[in-house]
Ligand binder design. Structure first.
Ligand SMILES: CC(C)(COP(=O)(O)OP(=O)(O)OC[C@H]1O[C@@H](n2cnc3c(N)ncnc32)[C@H](O)[C@@H]1OP(=O)(O)O)[C@@H](O)C(=O)NCCC(=O)NCCS
Length: 156
């Protein structure tokens, strides 16, 4: 069995990312959106096995705060700790960069992702009504936050 390696994503990965987006999400990012993101230099991590991406994470980074935009793992590779591996690498990178908190929105119906985020220390802040497009209407989002260093948490 080949090893799964974590590495930063580059512009060359955009076509593979597009294919994953279209497989894994109902509202996939477009190729131009992925290319624009990859050129920004914000955190973009991939998990590669035998030359193929099996998971990835995209994060928008500001000076003090960051937004988790995507984390996804191929269906046949799930429940092996790969999302956690991506998230924990991101937490360390953001902490080193002095970022205090990581925010995200997630569909209320996405129980797997919510369980994963809760297990990684995210807390629920509230619900954004009708935030996502959904078949036959719109779907609410849960807003979550994870502090990235003890000082921020103590100041809350
Ligand atoms: C959410 C997602 C990224 C999780 O990836 P994963 O690699 O399977 O997650 P992990 O193996 O690291 O799981 C960590 C923990 O999350 C929880 N979890 C993950 N999938 C779960 C599921 N289907 N049901 C319940 N809990 C789940 C568990 O607590 C799990 O720990 P455990 O396996 O020891 O019980 C994956 O299901 C996915 O790609 N979903 C489609 C894309 C998506 O919705 N992304 C999130 C929004 S951007």
């Amino acid at each position: 069995m080949s090893r799964i390696q974590l590495r930063p994503l580059s512009l060359d990965d955009a076509p593979q990312l597009l294919a994953l987006e279209q497989t894994l999400f109902d509202d996939p990012w477009s190729l131009p959106a992925l290319e624009r993101f990859l050129q920004r230099g914000d955190p973009a991590l991939g998990l590669e096995e035998g030359g193929q991406l099996v998971g990835y994470l995209l994060c928008g980074k500001g000076a003090d705060e960051a937004d988790l935009l995507r984390v996804a793992v191929r269906a046949e590779k799930r429940r092996r700790g790969l999302a956690v591996k991506l998230l924990q690498h991101l937490f360390k990178a953001l902490e080193s960069a002095g970022v205090g908190a990581l925010y995200l929105e997630v569909r209320l119906s996405n129980e797997a992702a919510i369980a994963c985020y809760q297990g990684q220390g995210f807390e629920t802040l509230g619900v954004r009504k009708q935030y996502y497009p959904a078949p036959g209407g719109r779907e609410d989002a849960m807003l979550m936050r994870r502090y990235l260093n003890a000082a921020e948490r103590a100041a809350d």
